[in-house]
Design a protein around this ligand. Sequence first.
Ligand code: PMP
Length: 443
Amino acid sequence: HASNLQGYAPICLGLEDFYIRRLYLRIQDCFGRPICSPPDAWFDVVERVSNDNNKTLKRTTKVSRCLNLGSYNYLGFAASDEYCTPRVIESLKRFSPSTCSTRVDGGTTTLHSELEECVANFVGKPAAIVFGMGYVTNSAILPVLIGKGGLIISDSLNHNSIVNGARGSGATIRVFQHNTPSHLENVLREHIAEGQPRTHRPWKKIIVVVEGIYSMEGELCQLPEIVAICKKYKAYVYLDEAHSIGAVGRTGRGVCELLGVDTADVEIMMGTFTKSFGSCGGYIAGSKELIEYLKYTCPAHLYATSISPPAAQQIISSIKVILGEDGSNRGAQKLAHIRENSNFFRSELQKMGFEVLGDNDSPVMPIMLYNPAKIPAFSRECLKRNVAVVTVAFPATPLLLARARICISAAHSRDDLIKALEVISEVGDLVGIKYFPAELYKE
Ligand code: PMP
């Protein structure tokens, strides 16, 4: 029985992923049902139900409409938007769904150039380059930036796309303790002397890779401290803003804006369009020289079909809304709304006794379940009550640190959140995951 941790002894002994996955299929949840089988929310096929900004979803295996607490739709731009959608439709007619060409062979339309200019302006860098997929942006760019003889120092909880990019680069990889600047400094000190000029040290280049908001932790990066250390040791900073760009900061410009970091101190700014902008693709923003270099050398730019024009238009239009260039103040309202929603939901969960990870202002809030047997129990009981939550477990998290990960959206109304809190509280009692009395939270 999975709630008896003895069952996990073979995993702790280091069996391959494959066997662990098979084991998952055999073990049962704390109600004695198999762990990895439908009807778990995220093994389901879902449908859009209406034009409600992805706020609800319909499971095709059961005709029920659920409140969607799992989508990265931070600003509510997914699905239809009064400013973006007509422009996206127009771009579809004008440019077609695909350019069917690489960027260098006729696949760069006026929209692509406009998008790169718009992204560079938005994130506060002189230039930007865009790619058709966020994952590929990390995994294809890191090997172009650094190779054998270089040193990558990566946060221990960085996303898989970063891990794969780092591995593919051939550079030496060192990992520092998650979001711990002092440990980053120790690792740097082990490899170079403080203040040593770049030309006098054994590494061709050193890149420190971090995320703006960690997607499984909900935490904001300790960016000011990390940037200061990188300056001291003359290392470049690579910042993945997949979950922070558009979602935090006074004008949605991400963690640099929120934490008061000058974007000039972050040499390589990466982000994706799949969250706050309701589209797809990824970007790298940096100096004109860096972006020019990437345009001439990056295989994912030279040999891949360019980002789909309607997707590009969606990004341009959503950025215009965020900046108020659509002539309304909907962007500012969305930003205020996601902040209020996130802080309200987080503090209510804490008051109920859940152990919630992450920081204020972060729309990502993991609720700790710990025991993997509680994963399907929590997910199914929420689903029965028409609330869809994402649960995450090994190998995305350490084995005994399973969690439910709530993603809050500006599209959620206060009523939606109150109803969701009632459900989560009830299911939390049922499954036994109120581990953390409210007084344990620090102000
Ligand atoms: N970086 C991070 C930190 C992510 O969380 C993700 C995916 N959620 C990606 C990159 C990949 O982005 P995409 O899903 O847009 O391909």
